[in-house]
Design a protein around this ligand. Structure first.
Ligand code: ZN
Length: 401
């Protein structure tokens, strides 16, 4: 039973004001007492915080409640039960665009989820939900491009033209706006509708931040990592007069291709890891690292140093005596092994052995098998390494060592 009145801002926000996590809409039994009148909804859309469990009505929900309070007063009763039919009838106000296929959506979302209703005169801003695999076509078909502005806000292009934007919610479901879908060609709609699923009433994502609140969402972890790599390269250029990476045209393509895997199986993780490998390992400037190592210690036999990561480690050891170079390069070793595991995927023993090796380098429990967990840790550790190295270079520059 709910007695407490909440502030209007809370009704208008999709985030819980206490936990700051996205709330979702739940159609549930809801009993409330206002002005001494008890209203008992058999089914009603309520905003729920998944963290603290607090429930609250949206602005629209509160307005609907007031209607029933007035109705109870007019009937001179202090108790009213609102049947299932009320919500069923409400949801029948479905909106249909001419030229659109009959996508499955829940009309209640557009009315009761904060932020959607103010645009939805005529039912314009309705979220439509899809299985995550709907995106696979746009990843694999060369006539399309799929780009992420952030972890949960993406765009599909056809040639140079943006076809549609989408979001990915925390349940790994893809969301498009109905008002964007109906404008697509019929054959595109036919493909999409095959992956259309029922609404889970949960639209909290960067898609919501960008498209409803008109705020720029935080770039994806992959884009942030690229920023750290570019910053490090820039510092090397300024401080040591050489570029740590040799970035060519294929690197620009790789940066464009780095998309957090959408489906966490070996096939999809492999492509992302391949692009990361190209940018972070194959692009290391081996020739200049060899030259710089010789400048710092001419007695070192370069033939004994195998591969670009070991060259970088050797250079770091010579240049920064107090730096723990092993920690800095550990995620690079992990990335290298990560790339290799896909080439011997049929040999399970070797695969598991390498997976354990990767986990050790990333300070994860050695029995971790979840590729998503390993991948996310790799991105985090690479970012940390570059950040740490960038800071060291800055200190040495200011002290003119
Ligand atoms: Zn909460």
């Amino acid at each position: 039973m709910h007695f407490v009145r909440v502030r209007t801002e809370e009704r208008r926000s999709l985030k819980c004001n206490k936990c700051r996590v996205w709330r979702f809409l739940k159609i549930k039994k809801y009993k409330v007492v206002q002005q001494g009148i008890e209203i008992d909804f058999v089914n009603f859309p309520v905003l729920v915080c998944p963290k603290c469990g607090k429930e609250c009505l949206s602005e629209k929900g509160e307005n609907e409640l007031r209607k029933f309070i007035r109705l109870a007063k007019s009937k001179n009763t202090n108790k009213l039960e609102v049947s299932k039919k009320y919500i069923k009838d409400f949801n029948k106000k479905k909106f249909f665009y001419k030229g659109s296929l009959e996508f499955d959506y829940c009309y209640l979302d557009s009315e009761f989820i904060p932020g959607l209703r103010r645009f939805s005169a005529g039912g314009a801003l309705i979220p439509v939900f899809f299985k995550i695999k709907v995106l696979l076509k746009y990843l694999s078909d060369p006539q399309y491009g799929l780009y992420f502005s952030s972890d949960s806000y993406g765009h599909i292009y056809k040639g140079k033209h943006e076809l549609i934007s989408f979001g990915i919610n925390r349940n790994n479901k893809v969301i498009f706006w109905y008002c964007d879908l109906y404008k697509l060609q019929k054959k595109e709609q036919h493909y999409l509708i095959s992956e259309n699923i029922r609404s889970d009433h949960d639209i909290g994502s960067d898609f919501y931040i960008a498209e409803i609140r008109a705020e720029y969402p935080k770039p994806s972890k992959e884009i942030q990592l690229e920023g750290f790599r570019a910053k490090l390269n820039n510092k090397f250029g300024k401080r040591y007069k050489f570029n740590l990476y040799t970035d060519g045209i294929e690197n620009i393509r790789a940066i464009r291709d780095i998309i957090k895997p959408i489906i966490w199986n070996k096939k999809w993780v492999k492509d992302t890891i391949q692009s990361l490998h190209l940018l972070h390992i194959e692009s290391l400037n081996e020739e200049l690292l060899k030259l710089e190592i010789t400048k710092l210690d001419s007695s070192i036999n370069l033939k004994n140093i195998d591969g670009s990561i070991n060259l970088l480690k050797q250079w770091l050891d010579l240049r920064f005596k107090k730096l723990n170079s092993q920690t800095i390069v550990a995620p690079l070793y992990a990335l290298n092994t990560f790339r290799n595991i896909f080439s011997h995927k049929k040999n399970k023993t070797r695969y598991n052995k390498d997976l354990r090796k990767i986990c050790k380098k990333l300070n994860l429990p050695e029995n971790t098998k979840n590729l998503k967990v390993i991948y996310e840790s790799l991105i985090k550790e690479l970012t940390n390494s570059y950040d740490e190295l960038s800071k060291v270079i800055k200190i040495r520059k200011s002290t003119k060592v």
